[in-house]
Design a protein around this ligand. Structure first.
Ligand SMILES: Nc1nc2c(ncn2[C@@H]2O[C@H](COP(=O)(O)OP(=O)(O)OP(=O)(O)O)[C@@H](O)[C@H]2O)c(=O)[nH]1
Length: 406
């Protein structure tokens, strides 16, 4: 059994920072031998749960070794640079959380816990209100997302805000390509010293990308970015994943009809707190108005997500900037309404749980797929399911049995 005393300094510092999580832990951080055979993870559990869990078999938890001198120095340098608002440190910290390297992953978690603790301090000074506003932006390819973010971002930095833009590109998970286009996006905003733009990593699963995006949000906030924009393209599941990590979800819709709007899923419209009809200029004003009316009627039929906010449909043009300040004013009204009702804070708390479960799912699936018994049996069983020789249910049972049999 792995004990806390064997975990070393990384483990101890990780535990210390985890103790700043908004749960009531019964933590103890002494490094001497612990009583009896009490497992180290008992220190994370409320005392009432321990009796129950002690009898359960638990998957071995990997010990975390001591931090070496260079690792300490790296983490200190990144942390100091990050909270000092240095963009280079923020970029390097995000690279660390994106890593697949097991040891660096552990270091990333230590850094993240420190930043979380720092952010909680800031929030407690801010009357327990979040220090940053997280906005998700989604829309079909070519909807005008990057043009919109460029114009809104520049307006906000001009008003003294610090804006970070994180992009989640679902195509990068499967093909390594880019649905968001390989063109240089947001050229002006990327030169702005009060803006930070980061594309999603170019490989990995959607689960992995959403994990790192969630962690990147925390790092951006630690670096003093008070507005975090998370952009994704309206394809696959990425927009639902983004809707689960932000305070406000905004859907951008181009003023086109028919087929081009077919791709917009009903489910995602239900998640939208604001719909922006883009490119409302020149000849496109008339179709933009029509789309605005259609969506306004459609939203009225949908179930309300919030007690304090009714989703709205607005028009804007990034070309002429017409409607852009009004869109931002709507976003601010949303934030104010949600903050004063406490719904925004409640949404964040619920998201923490969703985030935890998506991490668990991703990790459990990864363990399952890499288990030697599963790897051995999988091709054969998949083939038999494909041919209809056995049912998918039976194959799943056999694989799960293989997984749990050693
Ligand atoms: N008329 C008009 N055209 C616009 C406006 N905003 C964007 N466009 C044009 O629409 C096209 C797509 O704009 P982008 O901002 O690249 O759209 P996107 O949604 O980021 O596109 P992807 O990166 O492919 O997902 C470009 O040719 C823009 O010039 C606008 O407000 N008015």
């Amino acid at each position: 059994m792995t004990h806390l005393c064997k975990m070393g300094r990384v483990g101890v510092s990780l535990l210390r920072h985890i103790s700043s999580f908004p749960f009531t832990w019964t933590c103890c951080f002494h490094r001497g031998p612990l009583a009896g055979s009490r497992p180290w993870y008992r220190n994370f559990l409320p005392s009432s749960n321990y009796q129950h869990r002690r009898t359960e078999s638990t998957a071995p938890i990997q010990p975390i070794d001591d931090l070496s001198g260079p690792e300490q120095r790296l983490l200190n340098r990144l942390y100091e640079g990050l909270v000092g608002g240095q963009r280079a440190s923020l970029a390097e910290s995000i690279t660390l959380v994106e890593t697949q390297h097991p040891r660096k992953k552990e270091l990333a978690q230590v850094l993240l816990q420190r930043v979380l603790a720092y952010r909680r301090e800031q929030e407690s000074r801010n009357g327990e209100k979040p220090v940053a506003f997280r906005v998700g932006l989604s829309g079909p390819p070519g909807a005008g997302k990057s043009s919109f973010i460029e114009v809104v971002g520049k307006m906000l930095t001009g008003r003294g805000h610090k804006v970070s833009v994180l992009a989640v590109d679902p195509s990068s998970c499967t093909t390594g390509g880019s649905l968001m286009g390989d063109k240089t996006r947001m050229t002006e905003l990327s030169r702005d010293m009060n803006a930070f733009i980061r594309p999603s990593p170019t490989s990995g699963t959607l689960g992995g990308v959403t994990r790192t995006t969630n962690e990147a949000i925390v790092l951006c906030e630690g670096a003093g970015y008070d507005i975090v924009l998370v952009e994704t393209v309206g394809v696959g599941q990425s927009e639902f994943a983004v809707a689960d990590m932000v305070d406000m979800f905004v859907l951008l819709i181009p003023p086109a009809g028919g087929d081009e709007l077919q791709g917009i899923k009903r489910g995602i419209i239900e998640r939208a707190d604001l719909v922006v009809v883009t490119k409302s200029d020149g000849d496109l004003v008339v179709p933009a108005r029509r789309i605005q009316t259609e969506y306004t009627s459609a939203l009225k039929l949908l179930r309300r997500q919030s007690k304090s906010w009714n989703p709205k449909v607005v028009r804007a043009s990034s070309l002429s900037s017409e409607g852009i300040p009004e869109v931002w004013a709507k976003m601010e009204s949303y934030r104010d309404a949600m903050l004063s009702s406490g719904e925004l804070q409640a949404r964040r708390r619920a998201q923490q749980k969703i985030w935890m479960w998506s991490l668990i799912q991703e990790n459990v699936l990864c363990h399952f797929q890499n288990h030697p018994n599963v790897r051995e049996a999988l091709p054969h069983l998949e083939e038999r399911v494909r041919k209809g020789a056995i049912s998918p249910g039976l194959a799943a049972d056999l694989l799960l049995k293989a997984f749990s049999s050693s």
